[in-house]
Ligand binder design. Structure first.
Ligand SMILES: Nc1ncnc2c1ncn2[C@@H]1O[C@H](COP(=O)(O)OP(=O)(O)OP(=O)(O)O)[C@@H](O)[C@H]1O
Ligand SMILES: [Mg+2]
Length: 180
């Protein structure tokens, strides 16, 4: 994994597998604090204390297709390699919260990558799940809540080509404007 957005894509897949109905993704870039971080909060099945303590270990997985689970260990490694920190907490039956933080100017800090495509992919491929995406860059922020979008669209799916194109442009323009 070479981009933070790909870590996000991977970790959100854990939340989907955990049966989450609502997933909150928060990206925060605060250059004055030399920090870039992302947070993922879900209301899925959660993990018990013992499982959670071992989840940063690659051999902890409930996958049945292979014996290693790399999503969480690779994200933790990326944090540590960039002078940052990784935090995860979870409550069975309630959900899971994680935060990955990185030193903004660290030479080994992975770039954010194509976060627009990551968000677009998630919301169009996982339409049964609701997402709140919040992206802050210094003093500017952008927030998207798929529950509000669904209400506006009145049942027209995100995957409908015109809707998808509109979403692509909407996300692109709003994310880009955070940097201007
Ligand atoms: N948000 C979550 N809610 C509930 N369980 C989770 C969550 N995230 C991870 N887990 C549990 O932790 C295990 C390890 O997650 P991790 O992402 O490291 O590997 P994986 O998903 O098993 O495999 P990979 O990510 O390599 O496909 C998962 O198999 C799952 O049981
Ligand atoms: Mg995973």
């Amino acid at each position: 994994m070479k981009e933070l957005s790909l870590h996000i894509l991977d970790l959100v897949e854990n939340s989907v597998k955990a049966g989450a109905k609502l997933i909150e993704i928060t990206v925060t870039e605060k250059i004055s604090d030399n920090i870039i971080s992302f947070e993922i909060k879900d209301n899925g099945c959660g993990m018990d204390k013992e499982f959670l303590e071992n989840v940063v270990n690659p051999f902890t997985t409930t996958r049945t297709t292979r014996k290693v689970g790399l999503g969480i260990p690779l994200t933790k490694l990326a944090c540590e390699q960039a002078g940052g920190s990784f935090h995860i907490e979870s409550t069975p039956g309630e959900g899971t919260y994680l935060k990955a933080a990185f030193m903004y100017d660290h030479i080994d800090r992975q770039p954010l990558g194509d976060i627009k495509s990551t968000v677009l992919t998630l919301i169009t491929m996982r339409e049964a799940t609701d997402f709140i995406y919040t992206h802050t860059v210094n003093d500017k922020d952008f927030k998207l809540d798929t529950r509000e979008l669904k209400e506006i669209l009145g049942g027209v799916p995100f995957n409908e080509p015109d809707v998808r194109n509109w979403l692509n442009e909407y996300l692109g323009e709003n994310i880009e404007s955070l940097y201007n």
